[in-house]
Design a binder for this molecule. Structure first.
Ligand SMILES: [Zn+2]
Ligand SMILES: [Zn+2]
Length: 336
């Protein structure tokens, strides 16, 4: 790997798109290990039952007497982090490319029960998990190199979950990720042109139309987006404009946890436990720019029936074979 490389990974910027990519060689191995038969090797012992015994460094425990071993949520440092370390911010030119250290933090948030996914948990249990998301977010945002922090969850092998034991992840990187940057630029442009938050405008229109709302409670609204990326994509938004999730009140976080639980349960039931990813998009906690025009939200993406193929990859135009109006009706009418 080219210099600099004190860390296990390196960030490289594509000079054409301006997008960053990570070369995380500490995570995977050599190219030949990607052969199908190598990938099929599976561990039979779940390392998340007793994380400490597997040399995992536990950084936080949500204790709860009612559960096996007395805990409900544990947060560990990822043994195979995508980014790690505190040397950041030094950009170096390498030919036409800009590179920098893949610094940051990568934690795994584990719930106690091996066989119960978020969709199968109680309101109180999901609230415990979401509270931990926010608490860890607040802790990481104080650290060096944590310029963008992403909370995400992979459920099912097809969604990239490397272990079946339910777990979420939180990762802090030194750069603003390309997808987030595009959304920040787009919502800033809309704000400058129209003088209002683009997400608030979309939500106001959805509340008027009343066809793509999947669920709502005191503080959150769940919609099937008019312009979806995939079939069955849903998004959770706070009803009142807010750029930073970590500034939410406990009441709002409770509403978020319940909206997440209800939506995942509806997806679990109506689509027979599909694989899915979800992630939380919030304005960067630390940036020289103001991001008050941004509106935080959660995007939930069940794996589409057919993977993105040449057309989507070659054009960036996503194809959904189901009308988002019908997706909303289908999920709304699913009793949980
Ligand atoms: Zn397990
Ligand atoms: Zn807004």
């Amino acid at each position: 790997m080219d210099k600099p490389s004190h860390n296990i990974s390196q960030l490289r910027r594509d000079p054409v798109s301006g997008d960053w990519a990570v070369i995380a060689t500490g995570r995977a191995k050599r190219p030949h290990e990607f052969k199908s038969k190598e990938k099929a090797k599976k561990s039979t012992v779940c390392p998340f039952e007793e994380p400490e015994k597997n040399a995992n460094e536990v950084v936080f425990t949500l204790e709860h007497e009612g559960y096996k071993d007395g805990w409900w949520v544990k947060v560990i440092k990822n043994k195979f982090p995508i980014v790690e370390g505190t040397i950041c911010g030094v950009e170096v030119q390498n030919g036409p490319y800009t590179i920098q250290e893949g610094a940051g933090y990568h934690e795994v948030i584990i719930t106690r029960d091996h066989d119960r996914s978020l969709a199968q948990m109680t309101s109180e249990e999901v609230l415990g998990v979401v509270n931990v998301y926010i608490e860890r977010y607040k802790k990481l945002q104080e650290l060096d190199c944590a310029n963008y922090i992403l909370v995400f969850h992979n459920h099912g092998v097809e969604a990239g979950a490397s272990l079946p034991h339910p777990h979420s992840q939180i990762i802090a990187v030194p750069v603003i990720p390309p997808d987030v940057r595009r959304s920040l630029v787009g919502s800033e442009k809309y704000y400058e042109e129209k003088g209002e938050c683009v997400h608030c405008a979309m939500l106001a229109w959805e509340r008027d139309e009343k066809v793509r709302i999947v669920y709502e409670n005191a503080h959150m609204i769940v919609i099937s987006p008019y312009v979806p990326r995939d079939e069955f994509e849903v998004r959770i938004y706070p009803k009142v404009h807010s750029s930073f999730v970590q500034k939410s009140s406990q009441e709002e976080i409770t509403s978020l946890a319940e909206a997440l639980r209800v939506t995942l349960k509806k997806i679990h039931i109506s689509l027979s436990n599909p694989a899915y990813n979800f992630f939380l998009h919030t304005a960067p906690a630390r940036d020289s720019k103001h991001h008050d025009h941004y509106h935080w939200h959660v995007e939930i993406l069940p794996k589409p029936p057919t993977p993105h193929a040449g057309f989507e990859m070659g054009t960036g135009i996503d194809v959904s074979m189901v009308d988002p109006d019908e997706v909303a009706t289908y999920l709304r009418d699913t009793s949980i």
